[in-house]
Design a protein around this ligand. Structure first.
Ligand code: SAM
Length: 291
């Protein structure tokens, strides 16, 4: 039996054999600890009827552990140099398909329709490239894909922001955006020593469990997102000033003030203290006046 890919020795052998050099610009930090990988897979609660979408397989460290548990794994890898590597390292697993593509440009729904026809339990699991963590997570959430959840290794600081509660120092637009679609929890923190090369930041595993319906009901979802982006545009400004300057129009200040009063939100509060429910109320009462 071959050794797991994610050991320091085997990883080094593979990298040497293919003369692979890491590209920092692609966020290439590979996992070399099988225990951490098993924890990630366990957190996703994957069984032999599950399908998994992976972003960035690298040399296949996580992909291999997923393939051992899941029915089918489909992984998006942007770096062409990794394709021959993956072909060799994942050769023992017939339930893995690699798609050479930038996940941000990929049509994920179409990929699901084509590859997971008989599968109704679908998870996204990945050790994400840190330079594009937020756009990848937002794409996965906003596209309302038929997935149960997302388990990802990301920067610890970003995991804290996504899972933050209103009023805490980490709470912001990202917390609201993610928590609107999913329940968020930080599963564990991970030291830099389990990667090669070691990232300069701490890492954490985040689990997002997709809600059956969004956390709050709003009349106009696109407008709701406009309202909270405007509310966070300048963290030092009050909610009233942020809305006047970033949602506008400025001459409608009185209407904005009225909407805040109707939504029972003190105009001198800051965006980061508002709960999802308060944002929903605010969005609906602004909609009546400004649109
Ligand atoms: N899964 C591997 C592991 O855990 O060892 C590698 C994880 S590494 C942090 C991130 C991977 O994502 C790299 O293989 C990188 O080439 C790939 N990647 C970077 N940007 C990407 C993108 N936009 N779309 C798809 N893959 C990407």
């Amino acid at each position: 039996m071959t050794k797991d890919i994610a050991t320091p020795v085997r990883t080094k052998e593979i990298l040497n054999k293919f003369g692979f050099s890491f590209k920092k610009s692609l966020g290439q930090n590979f996992l070399i600890d099988t225990n951490v990988l098993r924890n990630i897979v366990d957190s996703a609660n994957i069984g032999d009827t599950s399908g998994v979408i992976e972003v960035g397989p690298g040399i296949g460290a996580l992909t291999e552990q997923l393939a051992k548990k899941a029915k089918q794994v489909v992984s998006f890898e942007i770096d062409q140099r990794l394709l021959p590597v993956l072909e060799e390292t994942l050769a023992p697993y017939s339930n893995v398909k690699i798609i050479h593509s930038d996940v941000l440009k990929a049509n994920i729904q179409e990929t699901i329709d084509e590859n997971f026809k008989d599968i109704d339990d679908l998870m996204v699991v990945a050790n994400l490239p840190y330079y594009v963590t937020t756009p990848i997570l937002m794409k996965l959430l906003e596209e309302k894909l038929p997935i149960r959840g997302i388990v990802v290794m990301i920067q610890a600081e970003v995991a804290d922001r996504i899972a933050a509660k209103p009023g805490s120092k980490d709470y912001g637009a990202l917390s609201i955006a993610a928590q609107y679609y999913a329940q968020a929890e930080k599963v564990m923190t991970v030291p830099a020593t389990v990667f090669v090369p070691q990232p300069r930041v701490d890492s954490a595993v985040l689990r997002l469990t997709i809600r059956e319906k969004p956390a709050v009901e709003v009349q106009d979802e696109a407008y709701f997102f406009q309202v909270f982006h405007a509310s966070f545009a300048n963290r030092r400004k009050t909610i009233l000033n942020n809305l006047v300057h970033n949602l506008g129009p400025k001459e409608k200040k009185d209407d904005i003030l009225e909407a805040l009063v109707e939504a029972e939100i003190d105009p001198v509060r800051r965006g980061e203290t508002l709960s999802l429910e308060e944002f929903a109320r605010l969005s609906d009462s602004l909609l009546k006046r400004l649109k």
